[in-house]
Design a binder for this molecule. Structure first.
Ligand code: PLP
Length: 467
């Protein structure tokens, strides 16, 4: 596929790979990477030029299986021309209208469809451009809702350790990965509190399920009571936290969390930014537990990455204080919220997801992938394998008894990443190998993923003496 010519840049799209790499090193700030180190290594910084289904090709012609669907989002797979065509048609008709005083036809169509697809009575959609904005919006909606509902002192938001909700200030503050950002950005948003996650393989309380009676969720109620329910606006939780290690919560956890929030007048924000749109084998992961959040955040798979679009969808109860004629307006505005071309992309994406029954495929292929991965248990470094649908983790340990982790920046992790990449698998591997491929994946591609991990672990174990 020939790259689109760029008339105004001094770097033509057809420039030779080394010239492009040099210009990229100089001018593109890669997110959240040691980018100077990447720039120094030809291998580390790749220029991707083409994608088809689960396969990506770089500028040198090397092909990779996209084991992470980009960053957990290309749910319908790469190279879907019909999405581009829908976007071009919308751009040629109307690309943008103000997000404050009007809306557009694709925004109405998409919001209506989302209210039909999401569980329960979630029905009013606040559009944004990315997951962080969706979470930031949900936090502000929750706090203003509580204020308008007569509880001006309810400002605290409870999140969980290990979770990730985004990079904007509020989203970062409620995330449980704050230790990575602490030195640079603290103090964080006032009132952001954290509890232990339902991570049974490494329980913070050293408990074992089911004897624990899911104490980790009762601990949330204890925290609410300790802080004073009249100070707590919301709890935020991903149904399954990817950053937290793809730990599947015990069956009682989320239903009980719903009851706890209801008992104390606390809103429940369910963050489905990764788990939404078929990733776990249901349209939304909430459905596995009959869960309905008061606000649900969504992004990534909403457009499968073809356009930056996200949303916070709310129940009527949450919208009510804003919606009546005497109601107050939400003091929150995003220029790109509901941008028409992005909405057209999302509509075309969701059409593919439903027409090709990709949610069902995610359930079937997820079961197959989990089964095939079981063979890896013979590796001494494999501590646990878990997942739901096509959201799967292979957790590595130095020692199965102590469960000692590989250091994030250690030599073993670097070697493992190089091995996986050389063999053509794009994924994210720390002490956990994350698997979250496009939902259109085939059995043959799954077999290849498992082979690559298997042979990479064999080499790693031989090299570092873990045999
Ligand atoms: N929420 C969750 C659960 C996420 O995993 C992420 C990103 O990975 C976000 C929110 C933030 O989304 P974005 O990176 O689109 O801002």
């Amino acid at each position: 596929m020939a790259p689109f010519p760029h008339t105004f840049s001094s770097v033509p799209a057809q420039a030779d790979p080394s010239a492009l790499l040099e210009a990229g090193n100089e001018h593109v700030w890669i997110h959240a990477s040691s980018w100077r180190a990447l720039a120094a290594s030809q291998e580390g910084k790749r220029i991707m030029v083409e994608g088809r289904g689960c396969i990506l090709k770089d500028i040198d012609g090397k092909e990779y299986i996209d084991g992470l669907a980009g960053l957990w989002l290309v749910n319908v797979g790469h190279g879907r021309k019909e999405i581009g065509e829908a976007m071009a048609a919308q751009a040629g008709t109307l690309a943008y209208a103000s997000s404050t005083q009007m809306t557009t036809v694709p925004a109405i169509q998409l919001a209506t469809l989302l209210s039909e697809l999401t569980p329960g009575d979630l029905s009013t959609v606040f559009f944004c451009s990315g997951g962080s904005e969706a979470v930031e919006s949900a936090i502000k909606i929750a706090r203003q809702y509580q204020y308008l509902a007569g509880f001006p002192k309810r400002f605290k938001i409870i999140g969980r350790r290990g979770s990730y909700h985004g990079a904007t200030f509020g989203a970062m503050s409620v995330s449980g990965t704050r230790q990575m950002t602490e030195p640079y950005y603290s103090p964080f948003m006032n009132g952001a509190l954290h509890v232990a996650p339902p991570y049974c393989y490494r329980c913070d309380y050293r408990h074992t399920y089911p004897a624990c009676d899911v104490y980790c969720v009762d601990a949330i109620e204890q925290l609410i009571e300790h802080e004073g329910p009249q100070t707590v606006a919301a709890v935020i939780a991903e149904p399954i936290s990817a950053s937290g290690g793809i730990a599947i919560p015990p069956p009682e956890y989320l239903p009980r969390l719903r009851q706890i929030c209801d008992r104390h007048g606390v809103l429940l924000i369910v963050d489905e930014v990764i788990t939404g749109f078929g990733r776990t084998g249901k349209m939304f992961a909430s459905e596995h537990w009959g869960l309905v959040g008061d606000i649900m955040t969504m992004a990534k798979g909403l457009s499968s990455g073809y356009a930056p679009i996200a949303a916070a969808i709310c129940r009527p109860k949450v919208v009510e204080p804003f919606a009546s004629e005497t109601g107050k307006r939400l003091s929150h505005l995003l220029t790109f919220g509901g941008q028409a071309v992005a909405c057209a992309a999302a509509l075309a994406n969701l059409d593919i997801l439903q027409r090709e029954r990709l949610v069902e495929n995610a359930a079937a292929m997820g079961t197959y992938l989990l089964e095939q991965l079981q063979g890896l248990r013979s590796h001494p470094t494999v501590g646990d394998i878990r997942g739901l649908g096509l959201l799967i983790a292979v957790e590595l340990v130095k020692d199965r008894t102590t469960k000692e982790k590989f250091a994030m920046d250690g030599e073993e992790v670097k070697t493992l990443n190089t091995l996986l990449l050389d063999k053509g698998l794009l994924t994210r591997a720390t002490h956990i190998i994350m698997l979250s491929p496009p939902l259109c994946i085939t059995r043959a591609e799954i077999d290849r993923i498992v082979e690559i991990i298997d042979s990479s672990l064999t080499t790693l174990e031989q090299q570092y003496g873990y045999c």
